[in-house]
Design a protein around this ligand. Structure first.
Ligand code: 5GP
Length: 209
């Protein structure tokens, strides 16, 4: 039996650096990054189908009613969701799939897909987190305050995750995530069927061939 790929959920507060870490992870590894759907407006330079699938509220709600999302959540007044069929197909084909999603979404995935690997990205400090949100330059003063306040609350959710990775530098954070994935692929509950199957194969060969 071939091993399924891992479903790796990377989340954490806005400004912790999830996006940058995921980009760096993809440059170095052969992972499959799920492209989310959203009803928010594209930012400068964002491309439909690459950064997100940009949908109208009506189209998004139709997909919700068809159960097309692995999870979806309302974040800062817009819908965001993970298209289900492509992600599950990639996992079943043995690809490691990365979801970069918010905390509500991650907790929903944990209910329906508990064998996923749940990684919480933390900023080095709250001051640094604030600076990162400001430096992004894409927020109005109100949305900046909303994101910063919710980041404060969201840090409490770290206890629901399997791993906490502090984003001191992107290189270090990427190395830690790569290490987590190596360990996860070796977990007995993921590989035992494969090992036992191949053991049976060897015994069969020796007894009967
Ligand atoms: P942004 O608008 O800055 O691109 O994303 C806002 C938040 O939505 C981020 O925390 C991001 O991780 C989260 N997000 C992006 N895609 C998804 C998704 O498919 N599902 C959920 N639940 N959150 C998402």
């Amino acid at each position: 039996m071939d091993q399924k790929g891992l479903l790796v959920v990377i989340s954490g507060p806005s400004g912790a650096g999830k996006g940058t870490i995921c980009k760096a992870l993809l440059q170095e590894n052969d992972f499959w990054l799920s492209v989310s759907a959203t009803t928010r407006q594209p930012r400068n330079g964002e491309v439909d189908g690459v950064n997100y699938y940009f949908l109208t509220k009506e189209d998004f709600e139709e997909k919700i009613s068809k159960n097309d999302f692995l999870e979806y959540a309302e974040v800062y007044g817009n819908y965001y969701g993970t298209p289900k069929s492509k992600a599950l197909e990639a996992i079943n084909n043995g690809n490691d799939v990365i979801l970069e999603i918010d905390i509500q979404g991650a907790l929903k995935v944990k209910e329906t897909y508990p064998e996923g690997v749940f990684i919480f990205i933390l900023p080095p400090s709250m001051e640094e987190l604030k600076q990162r949100i400001i430096n992004r330059g894409s927020e109005t003063p109100e949305s900046l305050m909303t994101r910063f306040k919710s980041a404060y609350k969201e840090i409490n959710y770290v206890s629901k995750y399997n791993y906490a990775v502090v984003n001191d530098t992107v290189e270090e954070a990427v190395k830690k995530i790569q290490g987590i994935m190596v360990a996860e692929r070796c977990r007995v509950d993921r590989v035992k069927e494969k090992i036992l199957d191949s053991k049976e194969g060897i015994i069969h060969e020796q007894l009967y061939d």
